[in-house]
Design a protein. Structure first.
Length: 412
């Protein structure tokens, strides 16, 4: 009887000892570092917030950009952080003050090791030396110079003390929000958004930058830049155009309900149509999709339609459609996004599906069509919010062009 009397107490003691206390991430600022090539690390900062005891959110910071993440799964000592819209996610083991794991993009079979530590005082980059250079201004840039893969860019930077922000604009879009430091004569910039994982390192000598660009742990290339405040890239409306003999764009692709949609459908006849060539994996496309979604809200007109053509590297049709649905849900897209291609995002194959175009140079590429069905303007790439004045200029020009087309009458 004495044994039975003390058994419940003993069982309670055993149960209490065998049930570990559930670990929680410390609330506040964290520093993460991705391992790229050449023993370099790509840093970014994020904040952990609790709305209540059970609801956690994370904010990732890149200069003026704040990325809100609400898909965080904690199970025992495992954590998965799924980035909004993009397929990339962070997965690993955690304690209250440390996460160790990988940044994963399944469709591309890419895995990048990372580690994050809680530190409310953490800076993106450590500064050991006082800056001896100032990179504020415009830089005429060439990536992979003197090779068949070379391409031009425009560096736009602002430096305050040691902190540097800015971006590189290319003919196909921008490298979005870059943030970093000038330490002595060394420049270091990075960004991480779930699609991009970019690190730029460079030495500054006189009015010249010479450095290396790292994309995750799978790619790197050299770049060279020189100061040139008057430098400008070719106009984005001159790079992609209709081949000789064409005036119109034609296509037929399925929507998320597997219904084939074509520009010859009644919904698009005698209307101004904006056609976006894009991919759900593409950050510049996301920037433009947000812009187009907001534009359609602000400029409601029964004679205006938008349709997107998605070129996806998802391995299956089902997976590609799921990514399209996720984008529509996260951004609030009301217009159709059609699946034009899956399995890869080859620009050569994309051009074969749209043979009236001279080439597909960039995701995104945006085509403005008048009420008669004729192509009137084509924008290659997209200069997003990180480009500042260029983004403002684009919005004004785009709005003026669309308004002008809406005032015209169909000649059909």
């Amino acid at each position: 009887m004495k044994i039975l009397r003390f058994l419940p107490i003993a069982l309670l003691f055993v149960f209490s000892c065998s049930t570990p206390k559930k670990e929680k991430l410390e609330e506040g600022k964290w520093l993460a570092q991705l391992q790229v090539q050449d023993n370099e690390v790509l840093p970014f900062t994020f904040a952990v917030n609790y709305k209540d005891a059970n609801v956690i959110s994370i904010q990732v910071f890149n200069a003026d950009e704040v990325i809100e993440i609400d898909e965080i799964n904690l199970k025992n000592d495992s954590i998965t952080i799924k980035m909004p819209v993009f397929e990339g996610y962070l997965k690993g083991k955690f304690t209250a003050t440390e996460i160790t794991g990988s940044f994963i993009k399944e469709s591309l079979d890419r895995v990048v090791p990372f580690k994050a530590v809680f530190n409310n005082d953490a800076s993106r980059f450590k500064i050991g030396k006082t800056p001896s250079k100032n990179v504020t201004g415009i830089w005429e840039t060439v990536f992979s110079p003197n090779t068949t893969n070379s391409y031009i860019a425009k560096g736009i930077f602002k430096q305050v003390d040691a902190k540097v922000t800015g971006t590189f604009r290319t003919t196909t879009g921008d490298y979005r929000y870059l943030e970093g430091v000038m330490e002595g004569d060394s420049l270091r910039l990075s960004t991480f958004d779930g699609a991009h994982a970019f690190l730029f390192t460079a030495k500054v000598k006189d009015s010249v930058l010479a450095g290396t660009f790292y994309s995750g742990n799978h790619f790197k290339e050299p770049f060279f830049a020189k100061r040139n405040e008057a430098y400008e890239l070719p106009a984005d409306t001159t790079l992609t155009y209709l081949n000789k003999g064409y005036k119109k764009l034609n296509f037929s692709f399925p929507d998320v309900n597997n219904k084939t949609v074509s520009l010859s459908d009644e919904a698009y006849l005698n209307k101004v149509v904006i056609v976006q060539i894009m991919g759900t994996w593409c950050p510049n496309c996301l920037d433009e999709t947000k812009f187009l979604t907001q534009f359609l809200k602000e400029y409601k007109n029964e004679d205006l339609e938008i349709v997107s053509l998605a070129f996806e590297y998802a391995k299956t049709k089902e997976s590609a459609f799921n990514k399209i649905k996720r984008l529509k849900e996260k951004v609030g897209v009301k217009y159709p996004i059609l699946l034009a291609q899956y399995g890869n995002s080859s620009k050569e194959q994309a051009q074969q599906k749209l043979p009236m175009l001279n080439h597909i140079l960039s995701y995104p590429t945006t085509i403005l069509i008048d009420k008669s069905g004729d192509v009137r303007k084509i924008h290659t790439g997209f200069n997003g919010p990180a480009t500042g004045e260029k983004y403002t200029e684009f919005k004004a020009d785009f709005t003026n062009t669309v308004n002008s087309l809406l005032k015209e009458k169909s000649t059909k």
